[in-house]
Write a protein that binds this ligand. Structure first.
Ligand code: PEP
Length: 255
């Protein structure tokens, strides 16, 4: 049984004070949760205060992106060593908004994945097709290519911490959640591609999260799918009540 992981992607929302206030309001709401892992990915400016406030708790803090190098002349960037020094333990890699607005590619995803693994950060690699690709029946090709380039040249023994988030671009921030069956089909493709690269053991142990308009109303049915191991939540993670409800639904054993 893969341990559930629920990650919040706050994107460019919340000041440091708002971030720590959220955490204070989340703690009592998730105190009964002992099974699902919770990761909050705030803006860069909130990473250090949130990591300090979460220290010693069961809530982990992740970055929304990072550079793959340790240091250098890369104005505006943050390195993996800077993240770990703050107490950050997870990092999102290749979110579709990074690909769309900041020119991230499968190749930079591969560089970042290698770097995250080397620095002991848990990588959450985001993949997913655009609506025109789905309509042209290209979803499987797109997912296989994204996973295949992401994993290129990585020794499978190092891939134990890998987490993948399937985030169909057409579902992000649109309210059009994938049906549980659509998500399951995509997750099976992703797991098969991981298996092809890294073997059965790694594939069977890799958590594959679903992301794209996850809400308390749909979290339970997504959690019922065999290959859905958690969620990456954008909009609904900005309020502690709705995020805690999603955590509780994923913490339940599917029937
Ligand atoms: C996301 O940005 O990762 C995301 C899933 O957003 P939303 O839940 O708002 O669709």
């Amino acid at each position: 049984m893969r341990n559930r992981l629920i990650a919040a992607n706050w994107k460019m929302h919340k000041t440091p004070a708002e971030s720590t206030a959220f955490l204070a309001s989340l703690f009592p709401l998730v105190q009964n949760n002992t099974s699902a892992e919770i990761v909050i990915c705030p803006a860069m400016t909130s990473l250090a205060p949130l990591a300090d406030a979460a220290r010693g708790s069961s809530i982990a803090v992740g970055a929304q992106t990072m550079h793959w190098l340790d240091s250098g002349a890369y104005t505006g960037e943050t390195s993996p060593t800077m993240l770990t020094a703050m107490g950050v333990t997870h990092v999102l890699i290749g979110h579709s908004e990074r690909r769309q607005y900041f020119n991230e590619t499968d190749t930079t995803v591969n560089l970042k994945l290698k770097s995250a693994l080397q620095h002991g950060l848990v990588p959450i690699v985001c993949v997913g097709e655009h609506i025109n690709e789905r309509n042209r029946d290209l979803t499987e090709d797109v997912l296989r290519l994204q996973i295949s380039v992401a994993l290129e040249g990585i020794d499978c023994e190092k891939l134990g911490p890998l987490v993948v988030a399937y985030e169909p671009v057409w579902a992000i921030g649109t309210g059009h959640t994938a049906t549980p069956e659509t998500a399951e089909d995509a997750h099976k493709i992703i797991r098969a591609e991981i298996r092809r690269h890294a073997g059965e053991e790694i594939a069977a142990g890799t958590r594959i999260l679903y992301g794209g308009s996850v809400r308390p109303e749909n979290a339970g049915s997504l959690n019922g799918m065999e290959d859905v191991d958690g969620a990456l939540v954008g909009g609904a993670s900005l309020e502690s009540d709705s995020f805690a409800q999603i955590v509780a639904l994923f913490a339940e054993q599917p029937a």
